[in-house]
Each structure stands twice: as C-alpha cells, then as structure tokens.
Design a protein around this ligand. Sequence first.
Ligand code: NAP
Ligand code: ZN
Length: 385
Amino acid sequence: MSSREKGARCITRGVTITCDIQSGATSFTVQPTTYKAKAYSAASEESPLASTTIARRDPTERDVQIEILFCGICHSDLHSVRNEWSEFMATNYPIVPGHEIVGRVTTVGSAVTKYKAGDLVAVGCMVDSDRSCPNCKRDLEQFCPNMTLTFNSLDKHLGGVTYGGYSESIVVDEHFVLRLPSNLNIAGVAPLLCAGITTYSPMRHWGVGKGKKVGVVGLGGLGHMAVKFGRAFGAHVAVFTTSPNKKEDAFRLGADEVVVTRNSDEMKKHAGSFDFIIDTVSANHDINAYINLLGVDGNLTLVGAPAEPLDVPAFSLIMGRRRLAGSAIGGIAETQEMLDFCGKHNVTADVEVIPIQKVNEAYERLWKSDVKYRFSIDMASLKSE
Ligand code: NAP
Ligand code: ZN
C-alpha cells in the first residue's frame, strides 16, 4: 500500500488496512470488510427473538461462506437467550443463537482446499480455536482455552461477539466446516451438529457397545439421539423419562426398555445394573436416583447443563467405585466421524421443521419438554423478513 496519509484506507482480499501517522510512526490496523445478513436476535433476557440485520465478515483466505438452509434449536440456545448460565457463561446482547447449521457453500477464500461453491456443509458449536494447545493437538478443540463458540464468544475478526445460525449466512474458517453425507435429509442432519456429537462422543469414549446396558435420562433432542446411537452401537438401551406420553416413541426410536421415572418400583428394579448412563436433563433433578442404578465401575456422564449445582452424596459413588463424568460436544475430527457414521447407518434426528417466525413459540414448547424431538428451522423463511 502506497498512501501515507492519515486515515488512508485500502481494501484488499476482504480486509481493510487503515494507515495512521501517529507521533512520527506509521501504524496499520487490519479490519475485515463486512456485508449485511438477515438474522433473528434477542435484545435482552426478557425479549423475544426478532428479525434484525447483522454484519458478517467478507470471506478471507481460509474462509468458507455458507448460505444457511436449516438450523436446529438446541436447549443451549434457550439457556443462553434467557441468560440462565449467567454465572458460567454470561450472555452478551444482542444474541443470535444457533449452532446446528447445515448449508450450501457460496464462496471460498483463495487458500481453501477442502470445499468449493455448491458443496453441502455443516457447522456446529465451534468456529475457531488456537490449534496449537495440547487439546487442539489431540483433536479436542472443544477443550481449547482459546476456543471460539459459534455464538456468544469474542469475535476475533470483527470484535464484539460471534453470531450463530439463526441467520441467512455465516462465514467460517474451513477447519471448522464439516462435510455432509449425501444420502441424508438435511433438515434432520442439522441437529447432529450438537445433539448428535454431544451424545456420540461420550458413548464412544466410554465404550458403549454390544453387551453393555445403557441408560438415557431425558427424551429430548440429545436424549433421542443417544437412544439412536445406543441402538446403532448394539447396546441394550433403557430410557428414563418424566413424560409418559413419550413411551411409545422411545420404543420406536430404539429403546429396549422405558421407565417413567415417577414410578419408583420400576426404578428399583434397575438398581446396580447399568454400565453407562447419559444424563441429558436440562433442569435441576435428583441425579442420585440414577447413580444408584449404576453397577460396579459404572459411569454416569452428565451432558445436560442445568444452571444450578447438583447434590451428590459421596456414598453414592464410593459404593461400587462408580464414576460421575461430564462431556462437552466433540472435536472436529470426531464430529466428521459421527456424520460419516450417520451417513452409513442412516441416522438423523426426528425433526419438526418450522419457519423462523415460529421460533418464540418453539422456545416455549422446548421449555415444557414438548418437542418431538428437535425443532429444525427452515431458513428459507428468513427471506420474507
Ligand atoms: P431438550 O430437548 O429440552 O431435552 C431435555 C429433556 O430433559 C426433556 O425433553 C425432558 O425429557 C427432560 N427434562 C426437562 N426438564 C426436566 C425436569 N425438570 N426434570 C426431569 N427431566 C426433565 O434439551 P436438549 O437440547 O436435549 O438439551 C439438554 C441439555 O443438554 C440442556 O441443558 C443443554 O444445554 C445441554 N447441552 C449440553 C451440551 C454439552 O456439550 N454438554 C450440548 C448440547 C446441549 P423427558 O420429557 O423425557 O423427561
Ligand atoms: Zn447445542
């Protein structure tokens, strides 16, 4: 760049370089150029989601620009919009949620090697990490201390916070873009990007498979995927639900047994018998009821993230050398592995497709556990806003 005048600007390859002469020294700030995209956002924890316009960066060298076709609604979107995790992960407003994204590539940067315009792709809960820490080197980007979440994280390119998938498009570094199997219904693929990987990862990690007795607590978005994976991995699957009206569906989804949890006699029958239990419940509940169902060396993994702490008496764990664990989504390589597995075994989420205009109604139903079993937003509906 040749101009040396104060404030001179030149736009090159999607970045604006501003040159200022300050106290005799020349400083350069690199600011990506942006374009406007339609989106839905919430302005505060009491506000409904409403139509808005956001800035997205123009794709730089390693970026993939994606037209979003479907975006799933995760309970984490609801926790975040209502700032229910204020102690751990306070919400920055306005918030554009959405991290179960499926779309079509519209543009790629000059250094992108994996994707081209027209490809069907997906984006999950992360859009960046430092790629140099020990966790990134082990393909565990979800535990990188400098990981960038798809929404409500510091946006390293534009400043402010990242905006998620309730939008017509998104721009993401190719490392965080996933390839879709070609044989699956894409509305039902979107939820795999969070509900899918969040259940697949710990079930694989803790060796769920043939000969194992597996429990799934809560039959919602995550829970119904855990049932499908448990079945696909060859385990014996029992569902624990507070909703008697989900019993038939649980069997249809692949459960071998269904326990309505208010029936304490049925709960007692399973005492000390499980190898692995995955707890997907979004609200405060008594986890001891489930720890007591574990056999010796059994494992209860929490993926559900209620805002309040859970009470665990030491004796529940001591007797039986039981393990209480947690798990967060999965790394990029494992997410691709999960998508490929779903392609091979024909696994998708059961979705209710809605237009974006019904998103607030969908949140109310999600809060009441009234969804079978994931809402998937048809983003074409955003065009009419
Ligand atoms: P969801 O679709 O709302 O499902 C949660 C299920 O929990 C409900 O369908 C219900 O199942 C049960 N439940 C709800 N309230 C309950 C209560 N008071 N007592 C007992 N059971 C109750 O939510 P989701 O999208 O699957 O997400 C579940 C949780 O996982 C959320 O907290 C979410 O933030 C978290 N999450 C964590 C990760 C991670 O990486 N660890 C990733 C995604 C989501 P029944 O009707 O069958 O009882
Ligand atoms: Zn999620």
